[in-house]
Ligand binder design. Structure first.
Ligand code: UD1
Length: 416
């Protein structure tokens, strides 16, 4: 299926269950490389990035069994440290295989990782941290290789709390000799899930205050069964959809306490929110108010992954809003397509000014990356007439089936 067809201008009413988290599943699948024996991961989302990760792991000698959302990974007999270019260039998260492969077999070689087109995505912080732990990293132009004859625990202070670099260091440190003190690390919930998984496998990881972890390496690891938690970004996307299009939605399994910045923004915009033990209910039937200024940042600040979906809601609000993007420098790419639909957004440097109160018009638009693609689908829900979002494969990298989910929320959406 290449496109999403949306008949717009209708409120959402319904309920949907939130899928497992992409950003938790991918590093945990990578971490399974550290464990000799069969790990069982439940509730893995059925998305392209998870499929690519399975293929990469299989190509280096892991035995993978997949039944629906359950993936069994046995990394007992790794045979290769060279990651296949075909998948690595499509998925940036493949860089997080560096730490566990260095830890497990002392070498890794990969082409420069790809991923969504959302600005500069260097991996200098990964290289700097792994080098400090004893890896010799070499950039050979189109390929990157690293070897180590034994990683060692040490003090690693990240210049910026990069999510991927934090995950790489944690996985390397679990295999390293001695204690690693990781400072200024990312605090996204997915870091906690990775540590939970590794701890369940026997690793010793202790949180020592905000952004500081102590990891005692070389503990004997054993396989475990682990359930991937719900995806806060998917839950947030559907919350933005309901904010923008109006209506009432029940998001079953939506994570609690992980979307505070977005939920506070939704309340400022006039939505009603109610939390029960395992669901989040949102109602937005009256006027949508401007949230004023929103700025993305590292967790717990407003997540960059929800910036584009929220822009669509801002375009529907009464009054002007602004969005400052501080994490990725190329993340306003979707604005051009939103403006073709009539959003009237102006971008200057890293800030978008959204005039608000715009009637969007259904158009033929093109996704260029994952979250921007989801934002275009939300714009289609609010627009008059029909919207066709092409390049659906970008959206499928992170959403199991955005059409299925939005239909459950009452939208008129079709695959095509
Ligand atoms: C992860 C998430 C992604 C999310 C992002 C920020 C996964 C699979 N992906 O991506 O959905 O948008 O966190 O919350 O979990 N940087 C450097 N040098 C480095 C590494 C990063 O300069 O070596 C910069 C990046 O260019 C970017 C910023 O740091 O500007 C944040 O990147 P990072 O936190 O590493 O994001 P990812 O781990 O790639």
């Amino acid at each position: 299926m290449k496109s999403v067809y949306i008949r717009g201008n209708a409120s959402l009413y319904g309920e949907v269950t939130i899928q497992g988290s992409k950003n938790a599943a991918l590093p945990i699948m990578a971490a399974a490389l550290l464990v000799p024996g069969m790990c069982v991961l439940r509730n893995c989302p059925c998305i392209t990035d998870v499929e690519y990760m399975c293929r990469i792991l299989t190509s280096i000698g892991c035995r993978i069994e997949r039944r629906g959302r359950e993936i069994r990974i046995d990394a007992g007999a790794l045979t290769d440290s060279r990651l296949p270019e075909k998948y690595v260039t499509r998925m940036r998260s493949s860089v997080m295989l560096m730490g566990p492969l260095l830890g497990r077999i002392g070498e890794v070689s990969l082409s420069h990782p790809g991923g969504c087109v959302i600005g500069d995505r260097p991996i200098d912080l990964h290289i700097k941290a792994l080098s400090r732990m004893g890896a010799a990293c070499r950039d050979e132009g189109d390929r990157l290789s690293a070897v180590s004859c034994g990683l060692r625990g040490t003090l690693v202070r990240l210049d910026y709390p990069s999510v991927g670099a934090t995950e790489n260091v944690i996985m390397a440190a679990v295999a390293a000799d001695g204690v690693t003190c990781l400072e200024n690390c990312a605090q996204e919930p997915e870091i906690g899930w990775l540590c939970d998984f590794l701890t369940a496998c026997g690793a010793s990881i202790t949180k020592k205050g905000p952004g500081r972890l102590l990891i005692c390496g070389q503990k004997k690891l054993h396989p475990c069964a682990y359930t991937i938690p719900a995806d806060r970004i998917v839950a947030g996307t559907y919350l933005c959809a309901c904010l923008a299009a109006g209506g009432e939605a029940l998001l079953r399994g939506a994570p609690e306490g992980e979307n505070e910045a977005l939920e506070q923004t939704a309340l400022r915009m006039g939505a009603g929110l109610k939390r029960s033990k395992d669901a989040l209910w949102i109602k937005r039937t009256g006027t949508l108010l401007t949230p004023g200024r929103v700025e993305t940042g590292s967790y717990p600040a407003f997540p960059t992954d929800l910036q584009s979906p929220l822009l669509v809601a801002m375009a529907q609000a009464e009054g002007e809003s602004s969005m400052k993007e501080t994490v990725f420098n190329g993340r306003f790419g979707v604005v051009e397509e939103l403006n073709r639909m009539g959003a009237g957004i102006e971008v200057k440097k890293n800030t978008a000014r959204v005039p608000g109160a715009r009637r969007l018009k259904g158009k033929h638009v093109r996704a260029a990356e994952l979250r921007g693609g989801a934002a275009l689908v939300i714009a289609g829900l609010c627009a008059d007439g029909e919207t066709i979002v092409e390049n659906r494969f970008y959206v499928d990298r992170g959403y199991e089936d955005i059409c299925r989910d939005l239909r459950l929320l009452g939208a008129c959406v079709q695959d095509g």
